[in-house]
Design a protein around this ligand. Sequence first.
Ligand code: AMP
Ligand code: TRP
Length: 333
Amino acid sequence: MKKKIFSGVQPTGNLHLGNYLGAIKNFVALQNEKDNDCVYCVVDLHAITVKQDPKILKDNIRETTAAFLASGLDYKKSIIFNQSLVPAHSEGSWILGCIARMGWLNRMTQFKEKAGKDKEKASVGLYIYPILMAADILLYDSTHVPVGEDQKQHLELSRDIAQKFNLDFKTPDFLKAPEPLIQKNFARIMSLKDGTKKMSKSDPSDLSRINLTDKKDEIINKIKKAKTDNAALPFDDIELNKRPEVANLLGIYSSLNNQTLSKSINEFSGKNFSEFKHKLSDLVVQKISPISDEINRLKKDNDFIDKILKDGAEKADKITSKKVSEMKKIIGF
Ligand code: AMP
Ligand code: TRP
C-alpha cells in the first residue's frame, strides 16, 4: 500500500539534535522509501500560538526550511512548504474545531505544560492548537505521521476527530484515521544538562542542546560540558537506566551511528568519560557539521528558499482545496 506521510515542525528557532534524531532523520528515510508520498510542513500558524517577533519569525521559517533541505529532504521528491501559504489549513481547522469536544482538548497534556500555572493568560490558539494539527494531517488523507513521542496524544485526537466527523455526517472513510510513526529507539533526546528533561528549543541554557546550526567548536565544547557522573561507563542497561545523563549520551551515540544501545554499551563499558566524550564529539561533528554548514549556506539565499516554499504551497493547495470543498459540501454549505 502507498503510504501518505505528513509531518510538521514549528519555525521557532534553535532546531536541535532532538528534532533531528526524533523527527527529521526519519522524514528523510521515509522520503527515500519507494512509493511514499511525503508532505513536510513548516507549521508557522502553530508558531504564533505563542508571541513571536515578526522579523525573527520570518527568518525562522526560512531557517527551518534550510534545515529540512540540509538534512536531506528533497523538494523534488517531497512537498515542502509553510502552512500559512495554504488557506485550507485554517479553513479546515475551523470546521474540525466544531467537531472536536472541549473535554477532548482539556485532556491534552502539552497544553497544560505549555500554558503553565496561569492558564487564563494562554492564547486561545494554544488551546486549539491540536485541532489545527488534525486539519494538517486529515486534509491530505495522511496514513502515517512521523513524530516524536510527545505528539502521540495529538495524533490520537486527530483520529478521534476524523471518526466523529465520519459518524456525524455518515461519510465512512471520508477522513482517514492516521497512524503515528514513533521511533522505537531513542525517541526522546534529553537535555545535556539534565537527563530527565527533554532537549528543547526553549531551554534558556544553550549548553543544554546541540543546535543544528552549531559550529564544530561549539559542539565539542557542549559535549565536553555535558553532565555525567564520576563512575566509569556502565556494563549493562540495568545499570545504565539508573544514570539518565549517561543513557542519553550513549543513546545519541547509538542513534547517530545507527547501532543498538547494547552495542554502544559493549563498546565503552568500563572506559572513562574522556575517551567516550572524545568519540562522541567526533561523531556529532561528523554528522551534524555538514548539516550546519549547508544551513548557513542556504540561509544566504532567501530567494531560493522562498521559491521552494511557494512551489510546495501550490502543490499543497491543489490537494487541500479539493478536500476542503468536499468537506463543505458534506456539511451543507
Ligand atoms: P517541535 O520542536 O516541538 O516543533 O518538534 C518537532 C519534532 O521534533 C516533533 O516531531 C517532536 O516530537 C520532535 N522532538 C522535539 N524535541 C525532541 C527531543 N528532545 N527528542 C526527540 N524528538 C524531539
Ligand atoms: N505539533 C507538532 C510539534 O510541535 C508540529 C505539527 C503541527 C505536526 N502539525 C503537525 C506534526 C502535523 C505532525 C503532523 O512538534
